[in-house]
Design a protein around this ligand. Structure first.
Ligand SMILES: Nc1ncnc2c1ncn2[C@@H]1O[C@H](COP(=O)(O)OP(=O)(O)OP(=O)(O)O)[C@@H](O)[C@H]1O
Length: 252
């Protein structure tokens, strides 16, 4: 069974059909890229997959479960996590707390337990601290656990965002332009990290990216969007050599 199976997905904003007939099948453990010119609808696809927008057509199956039209919190619980094009960390919170925010989605103790710090609450908090520190170690951020997120250099903030997304224990990780604003050295490190996340966490990853070095370096399959519709899909080299893709996007 595919990890993500999307069929005929669509949404309009006013008179604009931003995404139309979108489809994608991503197998477990795959590293998959979504490419296309500015305004093609890539982020809108992410917003549809994560419940920010409700599709007006189509279906989304995550690991066999129909999540079409579910709210974002339900979709997060079902197992889709994402990062954003513009970094969205809690800048005045510590690195550790940023990761723990991701975990809180999945822990259900009552508000009163939180206020009165009951033994159950304390136990859960201690467990979360431990898990969050383990994640930070993997991302080489453990020595900065108490630092405010805003004080991290840019490349590390991007890494922290991915760590926070993984803290929700997802089945599918969506990365929206993870290399945006990075220099070539940082992009190279990011590529290694994305591969590592896939292997170490047994993760399935869909990423939006304009950096073709990153795309051709790590994605196994690609879907190319143009004016809200799939123009090409298949193995990365096949798509990147497709004359229509070159005309519509790469030859820009
Ligand atoms: N909430 C919204 N209301 C109205 N129009 C929207 C909304 N969200 C997206 N759009 C429009 O939908 C189209 C697709 O936008 P989207 O951000 O998905 O493109 P993109 O492929 O991610 O572009 P980029 O590579 O520049 O990030 C654009 O024309 C955009 O203006």
């Amino acid at each position: 069974m595919a990890m993500l199976e999307v069929k005929n997905l669509g949404i309009s904003f006013g008179g604009l059909r931003a995404v139309n007939g979108f489809h994608i099948t991503i197998e477990k453990n795959q590293l998959y890229g979504l490419i296309g010119p500015n305004g093609a609808g890539k982020t809108t696809v992410f917003n549809l997959l994560t419940g920010v927008y409700k599709p007006d057509a189509g279906s989304i199956l995550l690991d066999g479960k129909d999540i079409t039209g579910e709210k974002d919190i339900e979709i997060s619980k079902a197992g889709i996590a994402r990062t954003f094009q513009n970094i969205r960390l809690f800048s005045q919170m510590s690195v550790l707390d940023n990761v723990k925010v991701g975990m809180h989605n999945h822990h259900e103790y009552s508000v009163l337990a939180g206020i009165f710090h009951t033994p159950k609450y304390k136990k859960e908090e201690a467990l979360m601290d431990e898990k969050a520190m383990e994640l930070l170690k993997v991302f080489d951020l453990a020595d900065m656990a108490e630092t405010n997120a805003s004080n991290l250099p840019y490349g590390k903030q991007r890494r922290l965002e991915i760590a926070r997304a993984l803290a929700t224990d997802p089945k599918l990780l969506l990365l929206d332009e993870p290399a945006a604003g990075m220099n070539p050295k940082e992009t190279g490190e990011l590529m290694d990290m994305i591969r590592f996340v896939r292997d170490h966490f047994d993760m399935t990853i869909l990423l939006i990216e304009h950096d073709m070095k990153l795309v051709s370096g790590i994605c196994e399959k690609l879907t190319m969007l143009n004016f809200g519709e799939v123009l090409a899909e298949g193995a990365t080299s096949e798509v990147l050599n497709n004359p229509q893709v070159i005309t519509a996007y790469l030859g820009e």
